[in-house]
Design a protein around this ligand. Structure first.
Ligand code: ADP
Length: 374
């Protein structure tokens, strides 16, 4: 019988699950936030993912619920589980991707390497943390941050007054040491409900202005020890937190050669887009296989190097289609993926994947194709 998978959230991640779902013979449904998003997707419903009745009605027609984002409230998720719905990842796992303070506390219990951190309730507590950690801290809002929003480097407790003033009683901000990192890495793994796990190659992610700009797979110049450590961390977190589906672990590589966990995403992730053409099993196919509890696919790279470059919205609207045609015409080696989003400066509207034997050539072609959109 055809397995019906319901994806909550109608962004580009849901969109990129469509082709693999068709190929695997899975029936994919999407609960999109609005009609505009729904127009970009296959079979969809439209409604508010925070509303239990809406989500319940959507879930009634599918075998498995999964996600394009991590924002579905815990009470909605727990009600679905109580109804007997298969939810992957489930609320017990997802809470650690929804709240960075809850994540830090749990990773500490698991003994996973991470930056020094503390929950701070006011400017005085933040100041004390700064004084103990070399005169600086990274302050984060525990919930709802993305692409660097909700992250601030401070050198005095008073620099986060505006965030403290909006906290409800009993709530706290997350303070972290300002990690002196040489680069950022990401480790992805996929885990089935029955327990099987596969790991992807460790990749390097390059951020600009808090947004992922490029990914190189595998991460160049990495020691065997780092590859082993990162994979062990990925597996340990997937098992320890009971993650089902794709898990991305964002990592810092430090000056003194440590690997520290920055944050987690429990869904396909920007750091894994390279795998669409670069691995035997792309992350969108793998996520569907994992949440449907089907056998997982090989994560072996298809080429020595894969590079992904994000396309950030250009200056003008309307011209995107011309630029798209231009990119295809000029760069036949590049695989250009578009998200059907209106371009706004800085907004992720697509990405380019290129694979090959020579890293310099691959980087050059991927950047050149993405630059057609500037
Ligand atoms: P978001 O949830 O918005 O992606 P992150 O927690 O990943 O936020 O932080 C965004 C970026 O800020 C990271 O990619 C990294 O470059 C920088 N950053 C985050 N935490 C730290 C830290 N403790 N030390 C140094 N830089 C950090």
């Amino acid at each position: 019988m055809t397995v019906r998978i319901g994806v909550i959230g109608g962004g580009q991640l849901a969109r990129m699950m469509i082709a693999p779902a068709v190929e695997l013979g899975l029936d994919l449904r999407v609960l999109a936030e609005d009609e505009g998003m729904a127009a970009q997707l296959a079979a969809t419903a439209v409604g508010d993912y925070r509303d239990l009745d809406t989500v319940r009605a959507f879930a009634a027609d599918v075998d498995v619920i999964t996600f394009d984002h991590e924002h579905v409230p815990q009470d909605v998720l727990r009600a679905l589980v109580a109804d007997g719905v298969q939810v992957h990842p489930g609320p017990d796992a997802l809470q650690y991707a929804q709240d960075k303070l809850v994540m830090r506390a749990r990773l500490a219990e698991l003994g996973v390497p991470q930056p020094e951190w503390a929950a701070v309730c006011d400017a005085a507590e933040l100041q004390a943390f700064i004084d103990e950690n070399g005169g600086a801290a990274v302050v984060k809002t525990p919930r709802g941050g993305y692409d660097g929003k909700g992250v601030r480097v401070v050198r005095a407790g008073s620099e986060a007054e505006d965030w403290f003033s909006t906290l409800s009683d009993g709530d706290a901000l997350l303070a972290e040491e300002l990690v002196s990192f040489t680069r950022e890495l990401a480790q992805q793994v996929a885990r089935r409900p029955s327990g099987d796990i596969v790991a992807y190659p460790l990749v390097e992610t390059v951020q600009r202005d808090g947004v992922c700009a490029e990914v190189i797979a595998p991460a160049p110049g990495t020691t065997d020890r780092h590859v082993l450590v990162a994979e062990r961390i990925g597996r340990q977190i997937a098992e320890g937190l009971g993650v089902t589906g794709m898990l991305a672990v964002e990592l810092f590589e430090t000056d003194d050669e440590r690997i520290l966990v920055n944050e987690l995403a429990m869904r396909p992730h920007n750091s894994g887009h390279w795998s669409q053409e670069g691995a035997v099993t792309g992350q969108f196919e793998q996520h569907l296989r994992a949440v449907a509890d089907l056998p997982l696919g090989s994560t072996r790279p298809r080429a020595p190097w894969s590079v992904m470059v994000n396309i950030l919205g250009g200056p003008t609207e309307g011209a995107l289609e011309d630029r798209f045609t231009q990119a295809l015409a000029e760069h036949p080696e590049a695989k250009v993926h578009t998200y059907g989003k209106a371009p706004r400066p800085g907004r992720k509207v697509g990405h380019v994947n290129v694979t090959g034997d020579d890293l310099d050539d691959v980087v050059y072609t991927a950047r050149a194709a993405a630059d057609e959109f500037l």
